[in-house]
Design a protein around this ligand. Structure first.
Ligand SMILES: Cc1cc2nc3c(=O)[nH]c(=O)nc-3n(C[C@H](O)[C@H](O)[C@H](O)COP(=O)(O)O)c2cc1C
Length: 222
């Protein structure tokens, strides 16, 4: 997951270094990125679900949604978001392959919703932001958190699905050989350790790669 680590200074990033005693004590380095799913709601109440890498800084959660994006627009408009910690990686693969209708439930303390499959959710309020033309850093204050299910440990196929989802979300800018090589390696973890959920998610990702290739071939032939 090396391409998810913040490497060097970025115009929109807060300075590296101190991550806060609380975060470090909890084993959460200041620039370690954790893959989560962020749920937001539009002004008309329409929910939106998006995989998102977040960082924990003292009592804040830092989000870096691209501009423009629905997630960014919703947080600016509502002042709120919900962080979902989950192991059902079908949500990650689903969101990058057009399957965004995941069961949601209302939350009580901010204007938002949470995923029904979240092991834990954290309700967040926008405290302030470091604006940037492409990728602002949104400093989100924790308002409320609740745990709904146990974390059973790491599963290699789940990690493979998340990596595959990152590749699929970048098909337009990655060389086909790189995608094929990385998918072939990730396939090993799928074959050895996947449950039905990861097999389903992996199938969506493979299908998305094939559809992307077919669309490119059609464009080249036209
Ligand atoms: C594992 C993973 C992590 C992601 N992290 C981010 C992120 O930190 N910021 C971001 O803007 N998009 C991220 N994305 C892509 C967004 O989920 C996707 O671009 C999003 O759908 C676009 O934003 P919108 O749906 O809110 O318009 C990530 C995707 C994956 C699969």
């Amino acid at each position: 997951m090396t391409d998810r680590v913040v490497e060097g200074p970025h115009p929109g990033l807060p300075p590296t270094g101190e991550g806060g005693v609380g975060a470090l004590r909890a084993g959460l380095g200041p620039d370690v990125i954790f893959e989560t799913v962020v749920t937001t709601v539009a002004a008309d109440g329409t929910p939106h679900i998006a995989p998102m890498g977040v960082r924990y800084r003292d009592d804040e959660v830092l989000l870096m949604p691209f501009k423009p994006s629905t997630t960014h627009a919703n947080i600016i408009a509502s002042g709120a978001a919900v962080l979902n910690i989950l192991t059902d990686t079908r949500v990650f693969a689903g969101c990058v392959t057009g399957r965004r209708a995941w069961p949601i439930q209302p939350v009580e303390h901010v204007n938002g919703v949470r995923l029904a499959c979240a092991l834990r959710h954290i309700e967040l309020r926008l405290a302030h932001q470091d604006d940037d033309a492409q990728r602002p850093v949104l400093h989100m204050a924790r308002v409320h958190a609740a745990t709904h299910a146990e974390f059973h440990g790491f599963n290699r196929a789940q990690a493979a699905v998340i990596e595959g989802a990152v590749l699929v979300s970048r098909l337009h800018m990655l060389a086909p050989q790189k995608v094929d090589g990385e998918m072939a390696y990730l396939q090993i973890a799928i074959d050895k350790t996947a449950s039905a959920h990861e097999h389903e998610a992996w199938g969506w990702l493979l299908d998305a790669v094939q559809r992307h290739r077919a669309a490119l071939a059609k464009g080249a032939a036209a």
